[in-house]
Design a protein around this ligand. Sequence first.
Ligand SMILES: NC(=O)c1ccc[n+]([C@@H]2O[C@H](COP(=O)([O-])OP(=O)(O)OC[C@H]3O[C@@H](n4cnc5c(N)ncnc54)[C@H](OP(=O)(O)O)[C@@H]3O)[C@@H](O)[C@H]2O)c1
Length: 265
Amino acid sequence: MTTAPTPPTPQPPAVYPDLAGKVAVVTGGSRGIGAETGRALAAQGVAVCLVGRDRAALFSVAESIGKAGGRATGAVADVTDARALERLAERVARELGPVDIVAAFAGGQGAPVPALELGEDRWRQVLDSELTSAFLTLRTFLPGMVEQGRGSCLTMSSSAGRRPSGANLAYGVANAGLTMLTSQLATEVGPHGVRVNCLAPSSVRTERVARQMPPEIQRQVAAQHPLGRLGEPADVASAALFLASDAASWLTGLTIDVAGGRVTS
Ligand SMILES: NC(=O)c1ccc[n+]([C@@H]2O[C@H](COP(=O)([O-])OP(=O)(O)OC[C@H]3O[C@@H](n4cnc5c(N)ncnc54)[C@H](OP(=O)(O)O)[C@@H]3O)[C@@H](O)[C@H]2O)c1
């Protein structure tokens, strides 16, 4: 009798020497994928500003990075608020210096709502949270990168933006919009030496997802992925490191499905 092979799990990320000494802003850095990406960047020697609204969570992630020998600071800002982002940019410039990497990862408003029950307020709120936030974040930091003639921006879409899913309609539409935001911005800022790429994860077992998805459902969803497991925050962080680094110096405008092979419906 043959036993099913164990699916490969995330390995420690590669080392990207060019990242050391750079400055990154990671929105959604207080937990989940953003926190893991902040940790991974800091482990490469990047000075990281973690952004979110939960002060205690931000400072706990920053503290854990500091204990591991990295450099990180937490900044409270609502990324749907353009003025809060301006204040954030001033603070980052003052405390860390010019920004090389922006990971606009804040979001996560995909909870299912039947389309015909999705009210106008919720629609606008989800678009603000997922799509407008990324526009405002990149609009805030891109001018500095263009001026420096270098930089790497990452946006965060979702498999829900690649094909219809169980997430609410506004979330799917916002995430589909993020792939176009990424490719059009990449076209416009590429001539200035700045790259913009997007990650589109499928189900990633963050604390939020683990809380919302009972174990039996996790097993069922894992089985829907050709690689036989759910994603881990480290899977997304590894892809983010690669795209942020010079190893991806000729890649821009892409959306990468970090999805265990689940790239069709
Ligand atoms: N987990 C998945 O399966 C999955 C799959 C595809 C795509 N994604 C996307 O990946 C990103 C991270 O997801 P996650 O699962 O790691 O989510 P999470 O654990 O719920 O974390 C969401 C993060 O976004 C921050 N955030 C949300 N709205 C914000 C706002 N207006 N201003 C500032 N910060 C805000 C939260 O900060 P505070 O709590 O401190 O406010 C938190 O740090 C999201 O964009 C999500 O849509 C996730």
